[in-house]
Design a protein around this ligand. Sequence first.
Ligand code: HEM
Length: 435
Amino acid sequence: MNKKPNHELSEMACPHQLADVDLFALGAQEHWYEAYDILHNEAPVHRIPGEGFMPGTDAFILTRYEDISRVVKDEQRYPPALSLMIRQLSESPEAAVNMNTMIQSMVSLRPNPELWRTHRQELTDPWVGPGASRHKSMIVDVAHSLIDQWVDEEKVDFVSQFAQPLPQMVMAKVLGWPIEDLKLLKYFGDGTVKAFVYGSGHRCILPTEEVRSQLEVLQEFQAYTNALITARRSAPEEDMITFLTTVEYSPLNRKLTDAEINGIVYAMVIGGLETTQYALAEQVQLVIENHAVWQALKEDKRKVRAFTEEGMRLRAPTQGLSTRTTSQEEVFQGVAVPKGSFLHMRWAAANIDPLEWDDPTELKLDRKAGTRHLTFSQGARVCPGASLSRLEQVEAWNALIDRIDHFEYAQDNTFTHQPGIMLGITKLNLAFKKQ
Ligand code: HEM
């Protein structure tokens, strides 16, 4: 079957030269990897005029591994835009009231890089960071329970019946979110990520009316979470929300308020659902298209971790983010970047940068130091949920390898992706023989 109808179905034509490249246009998702080749060859530091952080400055798309790695490891020189905003809000707390609960909690719990680190160590690491290993058997059970639902049919929409519900169920169980309210978790999750899907340009800006409807969903989310926090305060359980109601946060010498817990739950929901979904949905395409890789995994499951890392390198779920700025004039690849510019880090392009990787677009299970990809970023701001996501992916594949002989594409696939900055395939009809 033709794997590339997405190219013909895209709203934009495939770029052939630099002038054609627009990573943020409608339909750009279907041609991102062609665009990265052009950017690497012709403009590894690509200017977007007038879209900088400070008025009168520009944004720059970085696609070289060495540039992005340097930026994310140096917060002083390349301050995260969010930190600059939080610093401002800390000085005028009344303005913070209009922010979402995650930003509000950042203002009180982690207004500077030191507290950012402590926040992670004390509040999230035990559940979604290194401490995520405690969820292993739960994740294995979730993966098998989903496979049980469709394995006898020998066909599946891999997105809606596996890749999407798996991280939803895992996140629900980690948080202590009632499993019967999973649909609500998705509804609220969609509300939190709306700008990354429907926002325009590198800054993911939503039209005003969309912001208004997003706010309504986020208010419902806040009310629901507040009720959950109250319930856990009176009847504790073994879950992350209960933990957040009891933990003493050392920098403040006190327990967290409901509003602060609400903000952390928001952060888990915005980060912890779709990202892992997209990783799994891309990985199944990689095994269908690389049968030798699937055979190698079947023969030796110890290679699964290398596979999921290569999958995330080759098809990063979060393709790029404009989260850093320049605090002084800089030069990247000979291009002058003035102070106050916005830096759009294109993780997905850096992950296949030929200056960094041998055979960059090949899936190699024996790649040296393959985990150095930039899919989760690097440095102090590296994704706090990376350990949980990695474990979900590994256990999902361990379960699939045990239960499925091999997957193939079935009919009615367009291979098209949702809009926005994530690599989110919308549907994947697969046929398979069960084991
Ligand atoms: C394949 C899955 C995932 C990918 C590709 C991913 C990617 C990223 C990236 C690129 C960042 C930005 C880092 C930076 O600015 O330098 C980030 C931040 C973040 N991620 Fe993830 N992530 C994933 C899974 C998760 C999970 C499972 C969670 C939660 C359980 C999570 C929670 C967050 C949060 C809260 C942030 C914001 C930074 C912070 O609050 O410390 N992510 N992620």
